[in-house]
Structures are given as structure tokens and as C-alpha cells.
Design a protein around this ligand. Structure first.
Ligand code: NAP
Length: 289
């Protein structure tokens, strides 16, 4: 049985979901999101910056019309992009624009996508969206321990979730401990390391998997889930979607958990959030007029 987690703002979130980053083709995104819901995923993670909120909305509407699920059972996350993190009003307007694209009256989780722009003003914008019932929960993404602590010490509503890069090659256990101290659920983006480091054929993950009849991918996902981290793997292949969600019938031993954690490189090999070039690129990236 898929586990759920109670968020500090009151709602319940499935511990595993389906991510739709890098599926820019609308027809494909609609189809794979529909297939993911058919497969059993109930949490869908999109963002204004993924340019596919309309496709996600269509897939959800189709799945509901076909009787596969209901809006109540689903947990829809989207994110406010940096372009809209200028004032409280621009962030609030971005939430409304996302809901319009999704064709939904409310989201289940709205995240600030990056700790950039005027993120305090933007956070007040999503706090207002939460109070106005436009979303059941609010949170942040890519907030590293310093930013997250500063935010938590200065806002009225503590984020429910912080979505950061978390996988066996970048474990960030201290950051997770800091999130947990604030009652924030850590959520892993790139839980499969975006396929890097030979994760799918990694000898430690593969060997552990043999014992349970699971793949290296399944072991990597389970390892995060078992340490209380929500996971949102992405795949455009149905058999992989099925594989990635079939992780709720086994448990890793403490020794196996430690062996996997020992693979930590201590840094990301996907993105460097401290790089001026990256920050400049993000600050200049427009997702709408
Ligand atoms: P990921 O889920 O770690 O990895 C996805 C890659 O792994 C794809 O190339 C996929 O290929 C492949 N794959 C998936 N399952 C597999 C399996 N069982 N066996 C072999 N290959 C498999 O990376 P991600 O998409 O970057 O992260 C997941 C989600 O996190 C995103 O979709 C997005 O929703 C979110 N995210 C958020 C941020 C942020 O800044 N907040 C950043 C990145 C991602 P195929 O699709 O070809 O199967």
C-alpha cells in the first residue's frame, strides 16, 4: 500500500507521485499523465516553467471523466516561476494563471520554484492564495538549509514541503534533518538522479534489489521513501511507471539503508544553484509574456 504523509498545513499527501519535467510536447504529456493516473499515481508534479500545465489539466479531466479517479483523490502540485516572484501580487496572479491552465479551482500544493527573485514577497502571495482557498498547501523548492531557515524564521505559515534534489548520490541528510525540525516534508526531485551515475546498473543498488526481486531504480526510490522523503519519479514509459510505483511491498534493512547512503558524493552533478551563471539564467528565463 502506498503510504501517505500528513502535511503541517493539514492535508494528506501521497508519499509517491509522478513528475512531468521535460515533457514539453503537449500531446505526449497529456497521454503519459493519463497513463500515470491509470497506473495508480495520484500525485502529479508540474510547474509553470514546465509549460505543460494545460496538458496535465486535460489528462486529469479525462481520467476523472473516465471514472478512473476523482479530484478529491488526486494531489496536484504546481510551482510559481521566478519571473513571477517579484511582488505578492505577481505571485498571487501566477497561482491564478496556473489554475486556469490546469482547469482547476484549487491546487493541492503550490511551491515557489527557486529561492530567487523577491521570494519573501512571493511567499506572501502564495500564503494569500492558501488563505483564499486556491491551494490546500504551500511550500518551496530548492531552498537549501540557510535560505529555508531564514524563510521559516520570518514567515507566518511554515512551508509544508521543500522539494530538492535527493538521491543516493546526493543524500543531503543534514538538510533533511533541518526540514524535519520545522515539520517540513522533504520531497525528492531527480529521485533517479535523472539517470546519471549509472544509477540503473549501480552494483550496490542492483545487488540489494536481487534479494527482493526489485530493480536498482526501485531500490533507490524505496531508500528515499523509507527515510521519510516523498518521491516524484518521471518516466514516459508505462512499464517504468509501473516499476517505479511497485515499491510498497518490501522494506530495506538498516544495513542496506546505510550502504545506499554511503554512495553520497556530497554535491549535485545535475545543477549548481550557487553558480552565478545558473542564477542569471534562471532570473532571465521567461515562461510567459
Ligand atoms: P528522475 O525522475 O530522477 O529521472 C527521470 C529519468 O529516468 C528519465 O530519463 C526517465 O526516462 C528515466 N527513468 C525513469 N524510471 C526509470 C526506470 N525505472 N528505469 C530506467 N530509467 C528510468 O528525474 P526528474 O524528471 O528530473 O525528476 C522527477 C521530477 O521531479 C520531475 O519530473 C519534476 O516533476 C520534478 N523536478 C523538480 C525540480 C525542481 O527544481 N523543483 C527539478 C527537477 C525535477 P524515460 O522518461 O525515458 O522513461
Amino acid at each position: 500500500m502506498m503510504e501517505t504523509v500528513k502535511l503541517n498545513q493539514g492535508s494528506e499527501m501521497p508519499l509517491e507521485g509522478f513528475g512531468v519535467f521535460q515533457i514539453p510536447d503537449a500531446a505526449q504529456c497529456e497521454q503519459v499523465t493519463y497513463e500515470a493516473i491509470q497506473t495508480g499515481y495520484r500525485l502529479i508534479d508540474t510547474a509553470a516553467a514546465y509549460m505543460n500545465e494545460e496538458a496535465v489539466g486535460k489528462a486529469v479531466a479525462r481520467a476523472i471523466a473516465d471514472g478512473i479517479t476523482t479530484r478529491d483523490e488526486l494531489f496536484i502540485t504546481t510551482k510559481v516561476w521566478v519571473q513571477d516572484m517579484k511582488t505578492e501580487e505577481t505571485a498571487y496572479a501566477a497561482v491564478k494563471a496556473s489554475l486556469q491552465k490546469l482547469g482547476m479551482e484549487y491546487a493541492d500544493l503550490i511551491l515557489l520554484h527557486q529561492p530567487m527573485g523577491d521570494y519573501f514577497a512571493a511567499y506572501r502571495g502564495i500564503e494569500k492564495a492558501y488563505r483564499d482557498g486556491l491551494t490546500k498547501a504551500i511550500g518551496v523548492a530548492n531552498f537549501y538549509p540557510g535560505n529555508l531557515t531564514n524563510l521559516c524564521e520570518n514567515v507566518e505559515i511554515i512551508p509544508a514541503v521543500n522539494q530538492v534534489e535527493l538521491h543516493p548520490f546526493f543524500t543531503q541528510q543534514a538538510a533533511i534533518d533541518n526540514m524535519k525540525a520545522y515539520g517540513i516534508v522533504p520531497q525528492a526531485w531527480g529521485p533517479l538522479a535523472e539517470g546519471k551515475h549509472g544509477i540503473f546498473t549501480d552494483p550496490v543498488l542492483t545487488e540489494i534489489g536481487k534479494k527482493y526481486g526489485k530493480t536498482a531504480a526501485q531500490v533507490a526510490l524505496k531508500w528515499n521513501a523509507q527515510r521519510g522523503v516523498s518521491i516524484i519519479p518521471k518516466s514516459v514509459h508505462v512499464e517504468r511507471m509501473q516499476q517505479n510505483i511497485d515499491i510498497w511491498d518490501f522494506a530495506l534493512t538498516d544495513d542496506e539503508m546505510a550502504q545506499i547512503a554511503a554512495k553520497d558524493l556530497g554535491h549535485s552533478e545535475i545543477v549548481d544553484h550557487d553558480s552565478p551563471a545558473f542564477v542569471k539564467m534562471v532570473c532571465g528565463m521567461k515562461v510567459h509574456e
